[in-house]
Design a protein around this ligand. Structure first.
Ligand SMILES: [Zn+2]
Length: 270
């Protein structure tokens, strides 16, 4: 899957945002990837055994640097990324940030060879999932969906005209949207069913599309479907939040315990 830049002009903000999605192979084809690997995560990279996992781990960070370059104009090769986990108060995992531009929000996601990243001057979260990775057991849907969403799920026909399992697709779509909101730091994986996105549009849309949603809930997002829904993604931001200005100085150096995006993460080693 080639690298695709999302049309972020649909985001109704004065700030800057860029996002891209593609296969890890396509991202790494353009670079000598190891030079893009920050020292702080080298030990985690070295513990990955599967080549596919190593590619995804590296491609996510490489892509984030290319997206950051689009926002700031800096060459990707000189962009460094650090991570800090406010749950265990340690660096090397947790929410990523750019030490040179701590005011920027960065989010990435990778799964099964697909990677997505976004950088913006306001808080943003992304998630990408392959449809085949979403469990089909009823327990999973009940843990993810709100009561309203379960009602919507139960009213859906089993299959659409093209044979797509709409119930599976609905669970997957809501899961991707909620995971992106988790990346924003606004909820945790433990309470996804408390987050009601039942007002967001569904049924789903078709091939290789990006679809901006504005709804009555607290979030707006761009839904992404790639390759006949085999890959789903979401890019989410808070409704009505104010943009921040982009600075180009390094005066806001990060000190330990003063993470710029200090909301709780869920200590997920992403
Ligand atoms: Zn942690």
């Amino acid at each position: 899957m080639p690298l695709v830049w999302l049309d972020c002009s649909a985001i109704p903000k004065s700030g800057r945002a860029h996002a891209a999605i593609g296969s890890s192979v396509s991202v790494l084809a353009a670079v000598k990837g190891f030079e893009f690997l920050d020292a702080g995560v080298r030990h985690r990279f070295d513990t990955l055994r599967r080549e596919a996992d190593r590619q995804d781990f590296l491609a996510a960070r490489v892509l984030a640097k290319f997206v950051m370059s689009k926002v700031t104009g800096l060459p990707p090769a000189i962009v460094s990324i650090e991570q800090f986990c406010v749950d265990c108060n340690r660096a090397g995992h947790g929410k990523p940030f750019f030490p040179s531009h701590p005011e920027l929000s960065v989010s990435w996601s990778h799964q099964n060879g697909i990677v997505m990243a976004a950088v913006s001057t306001f808080d943003i979260g992304v998630d990408v999932e392959t449809l085949s990775s979403i469990p089909v057991e009823p327990d999973f849907a009940e843990n993810v969906l709100s009561d309203t969403e379960l009602t919507i799920l139960n009213k859906l026909p089993a299959a659409s005209f093209d044979g797509t399992n709409l119930k599976q697709l609905y669970v997957a779509r809501q899961w991707v949207r909620k995971e992106a909101i988790v990346k924003l730091g606004d909820c945790s994986l433990d309470n996804l069913s408390m987050l009601d996105l039942g007002q967001l549009e569904f049924p789903d849309f078709y091939f290789d599309t990006f679809h901006r949603i504005s709804s009555g809930c607290d979030y707006e997002m761009i839904d992404i479907s790639i390759a006949n829904r085999a890959c789903l993604g979401a890019l989410v931001w808070r409704t009505g939040t104010h943009d921040i200005s982009l600075t180009t100085t390094k005066e806001n150096a990060i000190h330990e315990n003063q993470h710029p995006n200090g909301r709780r993460s869920n200590c997920r080693s992403v």
